[in-house]
Design a protein around this ligand. Structure first.
Ligand code: NAP
Length: 253
């Protein structure tokens, strides 16, 4: 008999939202490499991520959903439980950003970002949390941001939403820690994805960002994998309400 490895996710089912690309794809792959079966919640084609997951030997299930409203939240949980036999890990990764001066910021850009990044994150956690409570436990990992800690500039709704994600992570940990559910967050630094394509393409901003990152490079989606596996695993069973920065040292500067 082999001893159970505390980072082993074999036999667990993980849901990753926005898993078709970027950080969601990196985290889905890392969780699969640790042994979890993965439900990819996506509004776009996720066949690339599904293939990468299956190459690790884990199962994948694609759940199509637009996370602009809370309407699909309960259906996502039901489809995952029916398709993969459970739901042990939820990674709330899907998110958007809109940029404009505070004086010009529109209600539309406020609502779109806060709805996806904060409101849907909460109601999907609620639906998954109810299942986890009745199943005896689980792990929720929210994707926060440097703007959970800092103010940023020209991204009012994003800063509001990601600051809110930090608060909700702690609230849910307080309510559910006693029910064997860990609730934590990962705060990525500057990671090269579609979300930051405009910054990477702007030569001056790109240089300023690189100069400020102690690691001296943009992060890659794969850099988030270890943190996600840890927070999803038994190794983190007494870690609650924590926001783990994976930022190449940005916050330490
Ligand atoms: P990305 O490549 O733009 O990925 C965002 C993901 O969210 C995509 O899968 C996207 O789907 C999905 N999504 C957005 N709105 C959706 C909706 N209404 N319904 C379903 N899916 C939706 O960016 P990323 O950098 O990987 O971002 C992932 C998370 O990390 C976000 O929460 C972001 O705020 C956070 N983050 C990123 C950075 C960074 O430096 N990149 C730093 C801190 C935090 P589509 O492909 O269909 O649009």
């Amino acid at each position: 008999m082999t001893a159970h490895h505390p980072f082993d996710l074999s036999g667990k089912v993980a849901v990753v939202t926005g898993a078709n690309t970027g950080i969601g794809q990196g985290i889905a792959l890392a969780l699969a490499q640790a042994g979890a079966d993965i439900a990819l919640v996506t509004r776009s084609d996720a066949s690339e991520t599904a293939k990468l997951v299956e190459q690790t030997g884990s199962r994948s299930l694609v759940v199509r959903a637009d996370l602009g409203t809370i309407e699909p939240c309960q259906r996502i949980v039901d489809e995952v439980v029916a398709g993969l036999g459970g739901l042990d890990i939820l990674v709330n990764n899907a998110g958007i950003i809109r940029r404009n001066d505070a004086t010009e910021f529109t209600e539309q850009d406020w609502d779109a970002v806060v709805d996806t990044n904060l409101k849907v994150l909460f109601f999907l956690s609620q639906a998954a949390g109810k299942h986890m409570i009745s199943a005896g436990g689980g792990s929720i990992i929210n994707i926060a941001s440097m703007l959970t800690f800092q103010g940023g500039i020209r991204v009012a709704s994003y800063t509001a939403s990601k600051s809110g994600v930090g608060g909700l992570t702690k609230l849910l940990a307080n309510e559910w820690a006693g029910k064997n559910i860990t609730v934590n967050a990962i705060a990525p630094g500057y990671i090269a994805t579609n979300n930051t394509a405009a910054l990477q393409a702007d030569e001056a901003r790109n240089r300023q960002i690189l100069e400020r990152i102690p690691a001296g490079r943009w992060g890659d989606p794969s850099d988030l994998g270890g943190a996600a596996v840890f927070l999803a695993s038994d190794a983190a069973r007494y870690v609650q309400g924590h926001i783990l920065a994976v930022d190449g040292g940005w916050l330490a500067r």
